[in-house]
Design a protein around this ligand. Structure first.
Ligand code: MN
Length: 233
């Protein structure tokens, strides 16, 4: 224990970096609420509205190959496969044409969602944390540095459940592209190294249950697989 802290400092959440034993330390997790037109339509929402943001805590990350205990309180946990952007620098009011300079790399993530609780809180005009920000709700594949991947603007983004395709989109369907998201989000908060952004999900979100194996891929970026486990006692 540090002499300066009254309790042990919590562990620093990290994400693996592909091709190295080094890790990426995570500061904040921001998520984009609506960013693919077909998903907005399947959720019955107004597709003309701008995107909005919510957050998960960094210690909700599950590594590639991990097991997600089926969460408490829900009977309808959904998968949302997403392109994840990992920042090496940040700032306020970042111009879109400078945004790529802030990016360390990209990964595949899943925005696990207690859909029944999210919709109930949405309908009551309450915050979304109960539906979105729960333990083990942010599986993350290894980060591929942008120095290797470039800045992908097209490519398949897919999720299979037990071998069957459920989500099958393309990064070229993003309504707001990655530089636009960084520019917009940096008006709301100061972004910084260690921040990651989950950029929204394509159509095909659906429920998963204990025993399901989720396998995700983003073309040119990487893969992620996790297993849904039984609920914690
Ligand atoms: Mn999402």
């Amino acid at each position: 224990m540090s002499a300066d802290t009254v309790i042990p400092a919590p562990p620093q959440p990290v994400i693996a970096v592909a091709g190295t034993s080094k890790t990426f330390p995570v500061r904040r997790i921001w998520c984009v609420g609506r960013n693919y037109i077909e998903h907005i339509r399947e959720m019955g929402q107004d597709e003309r509205l701008p995107p909005f943001y919510f957050a998960k805590a960094a210690d909700m990350i599950v590594p590639d190959g991990g097991t997600v205990p089926y969460p408490s309180l829900t009977k309808d946990m959904h998968h949302e496969v997403e392109l994840v952007v990992a920042l090496k620098s940040g700032g306020r009011n970042i111009p879109a044409d400078k945004a790529n300079d802030c990016i360390y790399g990209y990964a595949v993530g899943i925005d696990l969602t207690r859909r029944d609780l999210q919709i109930a809180s949405r309908d009551l005009k309450r915050p979304w944390e109960v539906g979105k920000a729960f333990d083990h709700s942010a599986p993350m594949g290894a980060i591929k540095p942008a120095s290797e991947s470039g800045h992908p603007t097209a490519g398949k983004i897919t999720l299979k459940c037990n071998g069957t395709i459920r989500q099958d989109g393309d990064l070229n369907q993003l309504i707001w592209n990655v530089p636009e998201i960084i520019a917009d989000l940096s008006k709301m908060v100061e972004l910084a190294a260690g921040d990651i952004i989950m950029t929204g999900t394509p159509a095909g979100v659906a429920a998963c249950v204990a025993g399901d194996k989720l396998e995700c891929a983003v073309e040119g970026v990487g893969t992620l697989s996790v297993t849904i486990g039984p609920a914690l006692k």
